[in-house]
Design a protein around this ligand. Structure first.
Ligand SMILES: Nc1nc2c(ncn2[C@@H]2O[C@H](COP(=O)(O)OP(=O)(O)OP(=O)(O)O)[C@@H](O)[C@H]2O)c(=O)[nH]1
Ligand SMILES: [Mg+2]
Length: 195
């Protein structure tokens, strides 16, 4: 699949989620894991989705229309320490509501930083998706930050923690543009209209 066009459609901060006929795939994960960066990587656009070294940048749900055929959805990150408990609850509910009510959601890409042990929240998110029968794919990010053998060790650790095997995981670096082909193949598989 080639990305011929990528257009920002809308930001949403309340439960007025975008309702269209387009299939959509979404990116979730803790704050700063690289969700916005991976959208820029996939679309080959530097500033389509706003990235930041400061966690908590994406507080909205942002929709991007790709090839006039499907939507990429940038979700707010969880696990950001600098927000109040009330705000955290609101975000959690906002995220859950999106995930539960988006009828055209075909797959959720759950991003994990290769350097970190998956947190309880990562595990809860995975369980939530499985429980709600939402397709989920694990994407490991930022592999440029470690050596090849360290990356392999971390992937084994992540697999054993989450009960997955290596083949279940897409390994990427947005910075060094690695892992694009398997990501695009997966997105294409989930967003192509079969009827
Ligand atoms: N080394 C390296 N850094 C990356 C990579 N991808 C993202 N980053 C950096 O990680 C930081 C966070 O990236 P974002 O894409 O803004 O992360 P996010 O998940 O959208 O964060 P929130 O919107 O806060 O939830 C930025 O400083 C990025 O430059 C990568 O592949 N390699
Ligand atoms: Mg972001």
């Amino acid at each position: 699949m080639k990305i011929a066009s990528a257009v920002f459609v809308k930001s949403v901060s309340d439960n007025n989620f975008l309702k269209t006929d387009y299939p959509e795939v979404a990116f979730v994960g803790r704050s700063n894991v690289g969700k916005s960066s991976i959208i820029n990587f996939i679309t080959n656009r530097k500033h389509l989705a706003k990235t930041s070294a400061t966690p908590g940048k994406t507080k909205l749900i942002n929709y991007f229309l790709i090839n006039k055929k499907f939507l990429l959805v940038d979700l707010p990150g969880y696990g950001y320490a600098q927000v109040s408990k009330k705000e955290k609850t609101n975000w959690g509910e906002f995220l859950e509501e999106y995930l539960k009510t988006s009828e055209n959601l075909k797959c959720v890409y759950l991003l994990l930083d290769v350097r970190r042990t998956p947190t309880e929240q990562d595990e809860q998110m995975l369980e939530f998706l499985v429980y709600n029968r939402i397709n989920v794919k694990i994407v490991v990010t930022k592999i440029d930050t470690l050596s090849r053998s360290q990356v392999n060790n971390q992937i084994m650790m992540i697999c054993s923690r989450l009960g997955l095997c290596k083949a279940d995981i897409i390994v990427t670096s947005s910075q060094e543009r690695k892992g694009l082909a398997p990501l695009l193949d997966s997105i294409e598989q989930y967003t192509s209209v079969t009827e």
